[in-house]
Design a protein around this ligand. Structure first.
Ligand SMILES: [Zn+2]
Length: 313
């Protein structure tokens, strides 16, 4: 048992199950409180499971359906989940791209969205938080906004002057980006399938890869024992995840043998990195259980990009 707390900020219901899910299940199983904050209700998601695409019950109230799916996924992972209460911005498609829908998450003033997340942080008091990198990990306006809001809330939650109505200040000690889809992982799975005479789904993905900047993970969490929970959580999002689709293409025994991890990249840290070579094996490595004094914070290593406040639009 441990009282160290992990908070993961995600854009839509289902993102938590495809990014870092087995890591969360692992910590939850060891008694760590784990809470997912889902920024939007996923109102503009398409039904991606062909078996359910025409289901009249689902079409009648997709947001309600997705709330039930989310509850089932959280229970599969053994975690808590809360909604931040904003509306899905949708993925704009077309040339030129259409404007974002009025009132959506990505168009909210930062003061509103950051304030809402600061309140969550000060209430749950996570030692470690995860979010997406500055590219969103995936170019959806809500994912990019999750990055901006999380970076700003990491700063503001610890600042006694900021959002005084949102609770007592709390300093998250480390903030990580999810690195679920690293080229190393995809390559390892591709080669493992190839060498066993199986058709790899990743050939095209890898062809499109050269020249793209790669993320550099700094933490690698062994969590293959929790892949079954991750898969249950993915399947719980029945409207969003096709059980014959992308997430289930790699045979699970191969995955557990070749890539039994999930990876993260440290973006901010208020504690010194532990001495030693190589990747961290625990997101809580080095954290101070009783919390940090918010009047004496020091920032240690940070990612390559600029602080959130300087991000260009
Ligand atoms: Zn998403």
């Amino acid at each position: 048992m441990s009282d160290l707390r992990l908070m993961a900020v995600h854009a839509h219901p289902d993102d938590e199950s495809s990014k870092g899910a087995a890591t969360m299940a692992r910590y939850a199983a060891s008694g760590n409180p784990v809470r997912v904050v889902t920024c939007t209700g996923g109102e503009r998601g398409d039904i991606l499971n062909p078996r359910l695409a025409e289901d009249p019950h689902i079409l009648a109230d997709l947001p309600d359906y997705r709330r039930k799916e989310m509850a089932a996924a959280a229970s599969a992972l053994g975690i808590e989940q809360v909604w931040l209460g904003f509306v899905d911005s949708g993925l704009p498609e077309g040339d030129p791209l259409p404007p974002l829908p009025e009132g959506c998450f990505a168009l909210q003033p930062l003061e509103t969205t950051v304030g809402a997340l600061v309140r969550q942080i000060r209430e749950f008091r996570p030692h470690v938080m995860t979010c997406y990198n500055e590219l969103g990990g995936y170019p959806h306006p809500d994912h990019i906004m999750v990055h901006k809001v999380s970076m700003a809330a990491y700063e503001a939650a610890a600042d006694p002057e900021a959002y005084p109505e949102a609770g007592e200040p709390w300093a998250v000690q480390k903030l990580y980006y999810d690195v679920s889809f690293s080229a190393d992982r995809i390559r390892a799975l591709h080669e493992a399938m190839d060498s066993r005479g199986l058709v790899s789904p990743f050939a095209e993905w890898l062809d499109g890869r050269p020249g793209r900047p790669e993320r550099v993970p700094t933490a690698r969490i062994s969590c293959a024992d929790y892949f079954p929970q991750r898969d249950d959580a993915l399947r719980a999002h029945a409207t969003q995840i096709d059980p014959d689709g992308f997430f289930f293409m790699v045979p699970r025994d191969i995955e557990a043998e070749v890539w039994p991890y999930e990876e993260f990249e440290v973006a901010r840290s208020r504690i010194p990195a532990e001495a030693g070579e190589g990747l961290e094996q625990d997101l809580f490595a080095g954290v101070v259980p009783e919390g940090l004094d918010v009047t004496a914070l020091v920032e240690y290593g940070s990612g390559p990009e600029r602080p959130a406040g300087e991000d260009s639009a």
